[in-house]
Design a binder for this molecule. Structure first.
Ligand code: FPP
Ligand code: MG
Length: 327
């Protein structure tokens, strides 16, 4: 399978260097300090850098070629993402990230929280130099995006084991938690590249559609992938009270609804296993897939509106990547 960075003609090494530089040139913490080392280790522990790549793709829709600025914003996007995953793994009590022990397992929750907090706070300052140029969009990446991530996470937490949650609420949560960071990456890259406002807005909408499709896919994978591949048992989201799209569709089946509704925090694992198996055999996964495909179709239509730009081909590459089952 071709790698996304190669298909987009972007050097992942230069992206990684920009991310490392955020730590190496941090005036407040020496490179040898445990904090800097933990961040560097985290950054090196993997990740496909999808969000930085989206910033760079966005920048290709504008005339300006300020590579330093684009790379900084790209690195900032990965910083925000990585920080949010530290918090997410603590909240989800997830022992693994990218097949390795999560940071809170390696360092303990307190230290991991410090690393996550430091990264998400530092990023605001690191890109503030662009706001001095009145480029408000840089602020949007560092502040608005993080706020919305927290909001999405809060919306998820406040609806745990809530089997009456509405599909609109699920989509809103997914938009905040997943889609708007991807959307902002494309838009901010575009604005940094000097693209027109309307073009940047179309890119935002494209990223939003892609992000929601991605979250739905992720929620389906929780039921379809093997426990070995997931690093956790199938149906883990449901076990933890997350009422995702497949569960919402399964709740529409009378024979399944009462069994799903009986699941709470103390339900024995075998009982959840049986419900997960029934959801796997139901039509709920196919129905969820159809919704995901609808969002991808809408994203495809937005590419048509951007056809005048050669970089629209990169959006096709992103779309194909997100449509694949192995991302
Ligand atoms: C992955 O979700 C997590 C997110 C998309 C964002 C989580 C955001 C926060 C925890 C807010 C805190 C952020 C900061 C920067 C202070 P998932 O659990 O569905 O996916 P997974 O399977 O990758 O864990
Ligand atoms: Mg998680």
């Amino acid at each position: 399978m071709t790698r996304l960075d190669e298909e987009l003609g972007i050097s992942l090494r230069s992206v990684d260097r920009a991310i490392e530089n955020m730590v190496k040139f941090d005036k407040d913490i020496p490179r040898s300090s445990p904090l800097a080392q933990h961040i560097l280790q985290l950054i090196h522990s993997g990740g496909k850098r999808v969000r930085p790549l989206m910033v760079i793709v966005g920048s290709r829709f504008g005339p300006s070629k300020d590579e330093k600025k684009t790379m900084r914003l790209a690195a900032a996007a990965e910083f925000i993402h990585a920080a949010s995953l530290i918090h997410d793994d603590i909240i989800d009590d997830s022992p693994l990230r990218r097949g390795e022990p999560a940071l809170h397992v390696k360092l303990g929750v307190h230290d991991a929280l410090h690393v996550g907090n430091y990264m998400s706070a530092r990023v605001v300052e690191l890109i503030s130099e662009y706001s001095a140029e009145r480029e408000r969009f840089a602020y949007d990446l560092s502040s608005l995006v993080t706020t919305q991530l927290c909001l999405g996470e809060y919306q998820q937490l406040s609806h745990l084991y809530d089997y009456d949650v509405h599909i609109e609420e699920y989509l809103e949560k997914s938009r905040n938690k997943t889609a708007q960071l991807m959307a902002s990456c494309l838009k901010i890259g575009a604005l940094a590249g000097g693209a027109e406002e309307n073009t940047a807005d179309l890119l935002y909408s494209f990223g939003e559609k892609l992000g929601i499709a991605f979250q739905i896919r992720d929620d389906i994978l929780d039921f379809t992938q093997s426990a070995q591949k997931l690093g956790k048992p199938a149906g883990s989201d449901l076990r933890k009270g997350q009422v995702t799209l497949p569960v919402l569709f399964a709740l529409e089946v009378d024979a399944l609804a009462s069994r799903i509704r009986s699941i709470g925090p103390d339900t024995p694992s075998e009982q959840v296993d049986a419900v997960v198996a029934s959801i796997q055999q139901s039509d709920a996964l196919r129905q969820s897939e159809l919704v995901s495909e609808q969002y991808l179709d809408e994203a495809r239509e937005l590419i048509c509106q951007l056809e005048a730009y050669p970089a629209h081909q990169d959006l096709n590459v992103l779309l194909n990547y997100f449509s694949g089952r192995d991302n």
